[in-house]
Design a protein around this ligand. Structure first.
Ligand code: SF4
Ligand code: SF4
Length: 483
């Protein structure tokens, strides 16, 4: 036994290993085709969306999808979300989360592998890289060799192309926040604001660094999803799996050895060619089992199927499969699949419940909303004539396209009178207010009443707001404060 601590520590495996750049190889196959198709559809949708128009009437943006922070409103086709309805965004996020839970429970990280913007942009960047610098082997060879003028030129071209894509894609996101044709006009005429320019630069640089440099690190270390996706999956989830019961033991293919002889030697269908690992965008070996880094892109399936075809063996040595099916196959039993199971049924029910709740609450939302806020300081003012005055802020959110007239009266304190900002200073018992369409009208209302009409320090007071055209007849309870 070696008791020398220095010698013992030198025998310890290193706790950290330096990162090896992942250089994925190109691959052809059905999953790759699907990934290209999704990429094209998503990119076209992304580019086209800000240019779609949606008639909402005069004076209101006709951009189909617009996150109008200046106007404090989100437009998504027929849906309009005002600041006071921001909870719809929360519901939308909950809905998206449940969809993600359901797809993960059914098919593992299919979102990550096929639809996540990080994956799509990384795919696009890798395609450009391959086009300019060649496929995996050529890139590795070039990276290991000393820098030459040709290599420098190729890398410069690649980064130029990446930056162009970054500005054309990341920068494009800005059109979701401003009226797209107006913004283009401002860009052409040079009258775009500094904030917009900064935003375009930030968004573009994010794409450049995330897709060009960080790549698989984003999925492995920065994204929280891999950390808790295992909670959504179970032994019935269809995930990219290496069928070890068929592939092991692995060993190189020898022409002199038939498949029967190979089997007799304890070898399986895996010829240890490494093709599945070489095409993997995160650089892992799926034969080591389900791993956090696996984004479920299924490119290893395409690579292995190609190898199986070439060596005359049945495909799907790597396939979308469940853990239970693998265990059954390893035991020589027929696998069973259960897409509908308690977990997926619960997610589906949740999806339905949230969806129905969102649609009904949106359909039944109040298009005219009144809110009343009493001044906190001062609580009351003693006027020269002996009257007591309290101040209130009355807000009328008119989400309709029509102007409405409102009548405001008071209940609970006899003799209480009102004055509103911008109107005659003579106190009245009935206020007539107008709220313009598609806006929030704010009125400053002061209520005055003789001291003797108050019940004490705090007297209940009710504002009654009526509008025949807006269909409103509501009472708002508050308190009138006195000495
Ligand atoms: S192991 Fe296969 S499915 Fe997972 S990330 Fe790599 S190539 Fe994609
Ligand atoms: S591609 Fe298939 S045969 Fe080649 S190493 Fe991977 S699992 Fe084995």
């Amino acid at each position: 036994m070696n008791n020398d601590p220095a010698a013992a520590s030198s025998e310890q495996p290193a706790l950290f290993s330096s990162h090896t750049k992942v250089q994925p190889k190109s691959v052809r196959g059905p999953h790759r085709q699907v990934k290209w198709a999704v990429l094209i559809v998503m990119l076209v949708g992304y580019y086209v969306m800000p240019w779609l128009r949606w008639d909402r009437g005069p004076g209101i943006s006709d951009q189909a999808v617009l996150f109008d922070f200046d106007g404090r409103r989100f437009f998504i086709f027929n849906v309009e979300i005002w600041p006071q309805q921001i909870y719809y965004v929360t519901f939308l996020l909950i809905l998206a989360a449940v969809v993600l839970f359901l797809t993960t429970a059914l098919f593992g990280r299919i979102w990550c592998g096929y639809a996540c913007p990080q994956t799509l942009w990384t795919d696009l960047y890798m395609w450009v890289e391959r086009l300019i610098e060649g496929d995996r082997n050529e890139r590795i060879r070039r990276d290991q060799a000393p820098m030459t003028r040709a290599t420098f030129f190729l890398k410069l071209t690649k980064h130029g192309a990446w930056l162009t894509i970054a500005f054309l894609t990341g920068g494009w996101f800005i059109f979701y926040f401003y009226d797209a044709p107006t913004l283009v006009h401002n860009m052409v005429t040079g009258s775009v604001s500094a904030t917009t320019v900064v935003m375009i630069c930030i968004l573009s640089m994010m794409v450049y660094f995330l897709a060009g440099f960080l790549r698989e690190h984003t999925c492995t270390y920065m994204c929280p999803w891999p950390r808790f996706q295992s909670a959504m999956q179970d032994e019935e989830s269809l995930i990219v799996s290496y069928r070890a019961w068929r592939g092991e033991g692995r060993g190189p293919l020898r022409k002199s050895v038939s498949w029967e002889q190979r089997k007799a030697q304890g070898l399986g269908d895996c010829i240890d060619c490494g093709a599945c690992q070489h095409v993997c965008p995160t650089g892992i070996d799926i034969r080591n089992g389900s791993q956090l880094q696996c984004i479920g892109c299924a490119l290893c399936i395409d690579a292995c199927d190609d190898i199986m075809k070439r060596i005359g063996r049945p495909g799907k040595l790597i396939a979308f499969d469940t853990l239970n099916a693998q265990i059954a196959c390893a035991a020589g039993k027929k696998p069973r699949y259960a897409l509908l199971r308690p977990r997926t049924l619960i997610y589906m029910a949740l999806l339905l419940a949230v969806g129905v709740f969102m649609v009904t609450t949106y359909a039944e939302r109040a298009l005219v909303h009144v809110s009343l806020l009493r001044d906190r300081a001062p609580l009351y003012v003693r006027m020269a004539g002996g009257e007591i005055m309290n101040g209130f802020t009355l807000k009328i959110s008119n989400l309709t396209r029509d102007a409405h007239q409102y009548t405001v009266t008071l209940e609970g304190i006899s003799g209480a009178r009102m004055v509103t900002s911008g109107a005659d200073e003579t106190p009245v018992s009935e206020l007539h207010l107008a709220a313009v369409p598609d806006a929030v009208a704010t009125f400053r209302v002061t209520v005055r009443t003789p001291r003797e009409s108050l019940a004490g320090v705090s007297t209940p007071l009710r504002f009654v707001v009526r509008s025949e055209t807006a269909g409103i007849n509501d009472t708002y309870e508050t308190s009138f404060m006195g000495p």
